[in-house]
Unconditional design. Structure first.
Length: 470
């Protein structure tokens, strides 16, 4: 499908007219290609009631041409997180659907007769991407149509590749291309009138933070202590939580919970806290943090409130270590308006993740009492930067989560976290579950992929574009 200039401009009825970046700063996308990599997980991960044992990465290459005739090449990569973004249907069904959609997105991006800044190009193409998702859903006769979140994940590496190429075209990090010297209009155009006169780079750091703490994941089936290990992997990597804490110097731990068994959820956090406290005492570490992720499985907000109350009774110190709670109830906020989070958010920040797919969903979440947002590279660089600005404007708690991102996708995610003010730590799970996908990147970015003191050396991320060299 080709988008002509006339069709693109006609689309301005729904999304205003094509914006022109500053003279000499517009690009047009040329060639687009993609390929897949498949990996088995080192050990299964359970979240949201599902167990994941494999991953498919989509790697995208693109070429862009500046309006001065110069050419640059870009690269983007992302896991096709079908279990997370499209949980309603079986794994193989949703993977086939995402691959079919990726082919449509590649053609749309390659053939689009549009030009501008990468954010403008993505803004113009997203409606066509969503229409393509609907068409694929019909053609494959899917019992449930491809959700918007799944479409975002599928197009995110294409969007990343364009941003990467744009930075390289200008000999800059992408994060130096979001001010008025590159973007055509201010945030009042991209978001709402309350942002009028403000520019995206006001909400970003031009240079990455030198280092950031690493969040380690304890999945719902991961062993906590040696007594929980049923069969040793024997691959030289840690297999229990205390071993991981010592190996990586961990002081930030994310705990996956079930949301359907209150006693289990409380006892799980108590067990993690007990093992962590013993280990940190040996290491002479006095301060550490937890995040709790229910992956939208709590039946209602009352479950969350009861959980927090019981946890505080059982382990007051462990309760005090909670930095935030992530997506406790189902992602469709419009159909779940009764589950407001005002009371829970007074106790601990409550963050939307799966629910956040656009500005409308962010505003609805705020209305329902959510106090934080999870920013993810897998939702698209163009969108996530705007959501980062909106979250800061509204003084919301900010965190950056990954999609068990390895290799270039981790560099993308870490770069995002390192350039957004207020993000305190980085989640990086691939080193636990799919380390094989990181191996080719370790020597090039040792501070990102080899953690020994609990910190990523994000100051390494000073390369052109998104910072990864494919």
């Amino acid at each position: 499908m080709t988008i002509t200039r006339r069709q693109f401009l006609a689309g301005a009825a729904a999304a205003p007219a094509l914006l022109r970046a500053a003279s000499g700063k517009r690009i047009r996308v040329g060639d687009v290609s993609f390929a897949y990599e498949d990996y088995r997980y080192r050990t299964p991960m359970k979240f949201g009631g599902n167990v994941v044992e494999r991953v498919t990465l989509i790697n995208v290459h693109c070429t862009v041409r500046g309006d001065d005739g110069r050419i640059a090449h870009g690269f983007g990569s992302m896991p096709l997180g079908n279990v997370w973004s499209f949980p309603a249907l079986p794994y193989d069904t949703t993977l086939v659907a995402m691959k079919a959609l990726a082919g449509r997105i590649a053609a749309l991006t390659r053939n689009a007769d549009v030009e501008g800044h990468p954010i403008d190009i993505n803004r113009a193409l997203e409606p066509a991407y969503l229409r393509a998702a609907a068409e694929v859903s019909r053609q494959l006769q899917l019992a449930v149509p491809i959700p918007k979140l799944c479409t975002l994940v599928t197009y995110s590496p294409f969007d990343a590749a364009v941003h990467d190429a744009y930075g390289k075209l200008h000999g800059l990090s992408c994060y130096s291309t979001y001010g008025r010297d590159f973007l055509p209009r201010d945030l009042g155009y991209y978001l709402t009138d309350q942002f009028r006169g403000e520019w995206l780079d006001q909400y970003l750091l031009r240079d990455p933070k030198p280092r950031m703490p690493l969040y380690h994941l304890v999945g719902a089936v991961d062993p906590i202590t040696a007594a929980d290990v049923r069969q040793k992997l024997g691959d030289g990597l840690p297999e229990t939580l205390p071993e991981w804490i010592r190996y990586n110097g961990i002081d930030h731990i994310k705990i996956k919970l079930n949301g359907s068994d209150l006693a289990w959820d409380v006892d799980r956090v108590v067990a993690v806290d007990r093992a962590t406290e013993e280990t940190q005492r040996e290491r002479k570490v006095a301060t550490w943090f937890y995040s709790l992720d229910f992956n939208e499985k709590c039946p209602n907000v009352d479950y969350l409130l009861a959980f927090l109350g019981h946890l505080k009774e059982k382990t007051p110190a462990g309760f005090a270590r909670i930095q935030y709670v992530e997506q406790p109830t189902k992602r469709d906020l419009k159909s779940d308006r009764g589950n407001v989070m005002h009371q829970a958010a007074k106790i601990v920040p409550v963050v939307i993740d799966e629910s956040l797919v656009d500005l409308e969903s962010l505003e609805l979440a705020r209305e329902m009492g959510y106090s934080g947002v999870a920013l993810k590279a897998c939702k698209g660089q163009s969108q996530v930067l705007l959501m980062a600005a909106a979250g800061q404007k509204h003084k919301m708690f900010l965190c950056v989560q990954d999609l068990t991102c390895p290799g270039a996708s981790l560099i993308h995610s870490a770069g995002l976290a390192a350039h957004v003010p207020g993000v305190a730590a980085i989640e990086a799970n691939a080193r636990q579950y799919v380390p094989a996908a990181n191996r080719d990147w370790e020597a090039r970015f040792p501070g990102i992929f080899k953690i020994r003191d609990g910190f990523m050396r994000t100051g390494e991320l000073t390369g052109l574009g998104l910072g990864a060299v494919a």
